[in-house]
Ligand binder design. Structure first.
Ligand code: HEC
Length: 166
């Protein structure tokens, strides 16, 4: 009886170790592309934050990756375009803030979008989202400006602690 128990425990431990290895084997991918924090973090412009922190995944012009709708083998989506060609403008300021602050995992879905709340100040998160919105200028869907549509959405869900379009 004793030895059976020991075998079961040992088996359990090796399964756990295998899982841990599987997890740490996939983790470095994210680490490699994780943004470095500039020494003057805290008061950079949205464009500076975008270039140093977001462009590595979302592209220097926010164009995203080509096959951004195709999930990988883990069911995760690649970085989408943020330049108005995707559906980023379907999200209110509050939702966009939470995506950047908490990351996809923080919001409870399997995702490779990192959390930036430990790296970016509230002002920088707002600034980078406002910068992203400048990429939407003049873009229309079905005859309406996506900027107007997103602004309306944000009235009911502004940036935390701020006003829409701040
Ligand atoms: C490590 C790569 C990576 C970095 C760096 C990154 N993102 Fe993302 N981002 C993603 C991925 C992948 C998704 C798609 C998440 C999903 O749908 O699961 C995403 C999604 C988003 C979305 C939701 C877009 C939509 O159309 O729904 C926003 C907004 C966003 N990112 C903004 C940013 C901003 C702003 C930065 C810089 C502060 C940034 N991201 C940095 C990978 C990254």
């Amino acid at each position: 009886m004793r030895s059976t128990l020991r075998i079961v425990v040992a088996l359990g431990l090796s399964v756990a170790a295998g899982l841990a290895m599987a997890c740490s084997a996939s983790a470095p991918d994210l680490q490699q592309v994780a943004p470095s924090v500039a020494s003057d973090a805290g008061n950079r412009t949205g464009q500076e934050v975008f270039a140093s922190t977001c462009a590595v995944c979302h592209g220097s012009e926010g164009e995203g990756v080509e096959d951004w709708k195709v999930r990988d083998e883990d069911g995760r989506l690649p970085p989408p375009p943020l330049n108005g060609e995707g559906h980023t403008w379907h999200h209110s300021d509050g939702v966009l803030y939470r995506i950047v602050s908490e990351g996809g995992l923080g919001l409870g879905f399997g995702s490779n979008m990192p959390s930036f709340k430990d790296e970016l100040s509230r002002e920088e998160i707002v600034a980078v989202i406002e910068y992203v919105k400048t990429l939407w200028e003049g873009k229309e869907i079905d005859g309406f400006l996506i900027l107007d549509s997103q602004r309306e959405l944000s009235v009911g869900d502004p940036y935390p602690g701020g006003e829409p379009g701040e």
